[in-house]
Design a protein. Sequence first.
Length: 310
Amino acid sequence: MNMYKKIIAGVLALLTLTVIPVQAIDTTTIDEKWGKPTYAYGNSLNESEISETAKLLGIENMENVNAVPVTGEDLVNYLGDGMASNDSMISSVLVTRRDKGQGVEVEIKTPQNITQISPNQYANAAITAGVTDATILVAATRPVTGESALTGVFKAFDANGEVLDQDRMVVAQEEIETTNDIIQENDEKQGFDPEQLNAAIAEIKQQLIEIREKQGELATREDIERIINDAFEKYQIKDYVTREQFDRLLALFEKYQNTSAIDSQEIKEQLGNLSKNFDAVVQDLKDSGVLDQILAVLREILQAIQNLFK
């Protein structure tokens, strides 16, 4: 029966990963408005892998992109922590600007090789760091967890003269690691949907910004606890988060509201764009009842298989 449970979990995971179309980044010509897209590749890749990754990202002409390596030193520089080693810098990104107000879009071009981080996790954390109105494509030539791709996004902005705030980059990296740990720890639990956690994270950040706007001061620890609980209740994930995980999120959001993100109207708008995607995901699941229908069918199939072997 463990094998059958894994089959059900796999089908559910595929169903809940709603694919939001992302406009391709054109590398056949140079956009004179925004300039060249930036290809930030992991420095541990050899020349062959750099070319292979470029193809996976849809780069048709390397002369029309700004190619920069992402090193272990970049990780230390942006985050003020870590090791200056290039060995783990594998996942790579292609980044370009979008028109103002269009928000952040992320597509993973090699989902089979980015094994843990989802597009919405990247988008959520990138917005925390200060990324606005951008298309981000992510790829890797071999299986990796995917966390270092966020450093590639930082490098892409830096290479174009847009230096992001270090405090926010640190919180963004902690956000992606914390949410990923929670997702991995709940991955095999029936009914857990990573996208509902991602939606809750965006909701909490928006609520903290609104408190700052209305009250002119930061939310108290009690306020943050209430906001987290309300978001978890709304997105039906309260039963999946342990007290230890809750405390990690509480500490994360205390750090978040002590960065410049809390006073940014632009970030609020970017989160608003992202939340529309989350609301659509959750509402579609509730309205259609598709998960219940699929579960019922799968149970019938598994029962039929069991009866056959009996």
